[in-house]
Design a protein. Structure first.
Length: 297
């Protein structure tokens, strides 16, 4: 336990937010904005609101996961991942519940601001974001514990944020949005795959049936590699739109992705895999920036 962090301090809440994971919230909105730009529909105010909503919902999900993994006993002393606030005693469960309530309320307020741009059809989407943030680790059937985490990442870090960011500006949907949404979801799922690969032994003990627990470490490593490859392959769709930079630039992501996969295979297990977590977050951001730049060019 890190005793230098005072309970309920600003530092404790900042660590509970897990700011490094906010990359996963920024990339989909960035790509949705890039798509809106190339179709001549970009608007700065709804773009800013989408970024803010995404950051708040990511923070909310992190708070919820922190609390309910602690309550379920998943965050034990043998935890290999980054330290969690409730497990470390930085924030009490009651305090975390209040933090979740405040963050959820703020996200809903920002979401209401998007209604004037996206229309009332944004309400069920916003409600789904909030509900599934809880269902991921809370409730009688926590989805992350039954192998649904990867599907939820595709939906709520791919199709929902990319598609809705585009929709609130353009009020339409097209094949380009579908392809970018899918590619974005696949790239961000590499981050979940690293977590599940690292925690496979602890997850098995806790009854958390992730894909890596179900099918083994070798399958997890292969899936990690293929997720990144598939995202890059999807970018070849933009040949038909004459967006050659959107095809070529994202392929540069493959260089660090392959190197990180090799390093992940060499490390194999243990806390050293947290380095792979950091590299994967960096690689994700690189992919998002390259694809966004390729679309705009």
């Amino acid at each position: 336990m890190n005793n230098s962090i005072k309970p309920n301090s600003f530092q404790a809440w900042l660590l509970a937010m897990r700011p490094k994971t906010l990359t996963g919230a920024a990339i989909p909105v960035l790509l949705g904005c890039a798509l809106a730009y190339i179709f001549g529909k970009f608007q700065p105010v709804p773009a800013l609101l989408c970024f803010l909503f995404a950051f708040l919902m990511q923070t909310d999900a992190n708070f919820i996961n922190d609390l309910y993994d602690y309550l379920k006993g998943t965050d034990r002393e043998d935890r290999l991942g980054p330290e969690r606030a409730c497990a470390q005693g930085w924030i009490t469960p009651a305090g975390m519940k209040r933090g979740i309530a405040v963050t959820t309320l703020l996200a809903c307020c920002v979401g209401l601001g998007l209604l004037s741009y996206g229309g009332w059809e944004m309400i069920p989407v916003g409600l789904a974001c909030v509900v599934f943030a809880f269902l991921y680790t809370a409730g009688p059937y926590p989805l992350a514990y039954h192998g649904w985490g990867d599907v939820l990442v595709l939906i709520f870090f791919g199709f929902v944020p990319v598609g809705c960011t585009f929709y609130v500006m353009a009020h339409s949907w097209n094949t380009a949005v579908f392809m970018v949404s899918l590619a974005c979801g696949l790239i961000i799922d590499t981050l979940l795959m690293v977590n599940n690969f690292r925690d496979r032994e602890q997850d098995a003990v806790s009854g958390k049936r992730t894909l890596v627990v179900r099918f083994g470490a070798r399958t997890g490593l292969l899936l990690y590699f293929l997720l990144g490859m598939a995202a890059c392959w999807l970018c070849f769709y933009f040949i038909w739109l004459g967006k050659i930079y959107a095809v070529l630039l994202p392929q540069l992501y493959l260089i660090p992705h392959i190197l990180t996969t090799q390093k992940m295979a060499r490390i194999g297990k243990g806390k050293a895999l947290n380095r792979i977590l950091g590299e994967t977050s960096r690689n994700m951001l690189l992919f998002g920036l390259l694809l966004a730049l390729g679309l705009i060019l």
